[in-house]
Design a protein around this ligand. Structure first.
Ligand code: IPD
Length: 266
């Protein structure tokens, strides 16, 4: 399958799961479980969405691996793995804030962001009727319109997004970093959906974004979409937590934000 065909499949399964999530939202959302903390919520719709995507992908691509937020990782034999968040922004979803997404990426190699190569990704926001897509080397698109980040903004004029980890012990540390960064930038947003934060960098709605404590499914598709729109994307796995740090920004902002975060030891 070509990258474009993989993207067509990613977009199709993400769109079907987004339609299901939106329907379930209208019917009423129930919490199925709390994971690492009270903020780490899983709803029945998260589980149902992942089952739907997993089943559709298994029918279409039975030899591929799967790495999903709710049902874990299974290895395939093809060398490709689908990295899936059935509802990114679950807390927004639970509260009826229409800013959540279904995120589907297909990567080459082990499902480890340090080594994988993302080939295609789709992030669907049913609340805004927006679909972000990218293939490696093929550019990024929002509802079919090509995206290209701007450049040359100073950090003082940059709108920066971030998020907070589910690990409660990390959150006060993240609060300290925000308090010190806030006077250095135009403003800070915590929108609650990492995949859409990355897409908002791609579409120029934010100049930059960073977050510590992410899982692969939070950023696999969005990081590709940001990079293919011309953003600088830096990622690393934080050894102590086994979670990921991601910074994505317009190139000039990326340099300044990275340096500011280094000074703050973020
Ligand atoms: C979460 C969201 C949130 C981010 C958290 C993620 P989930 O994903 O993307 O914005 O701050 O780190 O875990 O749990 O809603 O899929």
């Amino acid at each position: 399958m070509s990258h474009v065909e993989l993207l067509t499949l990613a977009t199709s399964v993400a769109t079907q799961a987004a339609e299901l999530a939106a329907r379930r939202r209208v019917e009423g959302v129930a919490v199925a479980d709390l994971k690492t903390s009270a903020v780490d919520v899983v709803t029945y719709a998260d589980r149902e969405g992942e089952q739907l995507i997993r089943g559709l992908l298994a029918d279409a691509r039975p030899d591929d691996g799967f790495c999903g937020e709710e049902s874990g990782t299974s290895k395939g034999t093809s060398g490709l793995t689908w990295v899936v968040d059935p509802i990114d922004g679950t807390v927004n979803y639970l509260y009826g804030i229409p800013h959540y997404s279904v995120s589907v990426a297909v990567v080459e190699g082990e499902p480890d962001p340090a080594t994988w190569r993302a080939l295609a990704g789709a992030v669907v926001n049913p609340g805004a009727r927006e679909t972000y897509t990218a293939t490696v080397g093929g550019g990024s698109f929002l509802n079919g319109e090509r995206l290209r980040v701007a450049d040359g903004v100073d950090l003082a004029e940059a709108l920066i997004g971030t998020g907070f980890a589910y690990l409660q012990e990390l959150r006060s540390e993240q609060g300290r970093v925000i308090a010190e960064l806030l006077p250095q930038v135009r403003d800070i947003r915590r929108m609650g959906t990492a995949s859409l934060d990355l897409c908002m960098v791609a579409s120029g709605r934010m100049n930059g974004y960073f977050e510590r404590g992410l899982n692969p499914w939070d950023h696999a598709a969005g990081a590709l979409i940001a990079r293919e729109a011309g953003a600088t994307v830096k990622g690393r796995r934080n050894d102590t937590e086994g979670k990921d740090f991601i910074l994505a920004a317009e190139p000039s902002v990326a340099v300044l934000l990275d340096a500011a975060l280094a000074r703050l030891s973020a």
